[in-house]
Design a protein around this ligand. Structure first.
Ligand SMILES: NC(=O)c1ccc[n+]([C@@H]2O[C@H](COP(=O)([O-])OP(=O)(O)OC[C@H]3O[C@@H](n4cnc5c(N)ncnc54)[C@H](OP(=O)(O)O)[C@@H]3O)[C@@H](O)[C@H]2O)c1
Length: 206
């Protein structure tokens, strides 16, 4: 399995570092090939740098680590090569207006209808991603949603390998609430002036 990441920013690099450390084969794709190769070289593990085209063509799972709505244009341009692949959407509608009856994940699904969309990691701040999901004796949740059970299981397993307490929260439509949750976390980060935080789900079994 090859995991391809598009974009060498904060989340792209954080994911590449953690996936590389965990032993996954990763392709780091960028519009700037030299940058992709240099950044890939700076990370431990089986990481290679490539163009966006190469990353999409070779990956089983594609993670666009790009801002919304730019993500829509980039994915649309590669719609054919993305067909049948799992696209893990980590985006949040930060600084953009999005209708209450949709989400960035659902808008992404509309532009690449032949791909399987799974939503996750959008609630994980980059500094948590780059350090550890561990908070004392608790582990950060990784909320995952999507309409394809098998693809969700693959992403949940990757999340567990990286140390997260992964939870399946239902169909892709649940991304509407998950994205709202992140906006609340961002509010908390700013208000408390501390980005080392995450919201944890506590469930009483009986
Ligand atoms: N930062 C967080 O804590 C956090 C947490 C959870 C989710 N997210 C989500 O993760 C996504 C990425 O966020 P980020 O913080 O990693 O952003 P970022 O640091 O700004 O990185 C975005 C990357 O997009 C690429 N890019 C920019 N313009 C492009 C273009 N025209 N065509 C192709 N690629 C382009 C760039 O990589 P290249 O220069 O290599 O092309 C850039 O480094 C966003 O959707 C965000 O909502 C962020």
């Amino acid at each position: 399995m090859i995991i391809s990441i598009i974009g060498t920013g904060s989340m792209g690099m954080g994911l590449a570092q953690q996936l590389g450390k965990a032993g996954y084969k990763v392709i780091l794709g960028s519009r700037d090939l030299i940058k992709a190769k240099n950044k890939a070289h700076s990370i431990d593990g089986e990481i290679t740098g490539g163009s966006i085209e190469e990353a999409i063509a070779s990956g089983t799972i594609i993670i666009p680590a790009l801002k919304y709505p730019l993500i829509l244009d980039v994915l649309k341009e590669h719609r054919e090569s993305l067909a049948k692949k799992i696209v893990l959407d980590i985006s949040n509608p930060v600084g953009v207006k999005i209708d209450k009856d949709t989400s960035t994940a659902e808008e992404i699904a509309k532009v690449i209808p032949m791909s399987v969309i799974v939503k996750g990691f959008n609630t994980v701040f980059s500094n948590i991603l780059k350090t550890t999901p561990r908070f004392g004796n608790q582990y950060a949740n990784l909320f995952i949603c999507g309409d394809d059970k098998d693809s969700k299981s693959i992403i949940m397993e990757i999340g567990r390998v990286l140390g997260y307490d992964a939870i399946d929260i239902g169909p892709l439509k649940a991304a509407r609430y998950l994205e709202a949750l992140t906006l609340f976390q961002i509010y908390l980060g700013e208000e408390l002036n501390n980005w080392n935080l995450t919201l944890k789900l506590l469930i009483r079994e009986s």
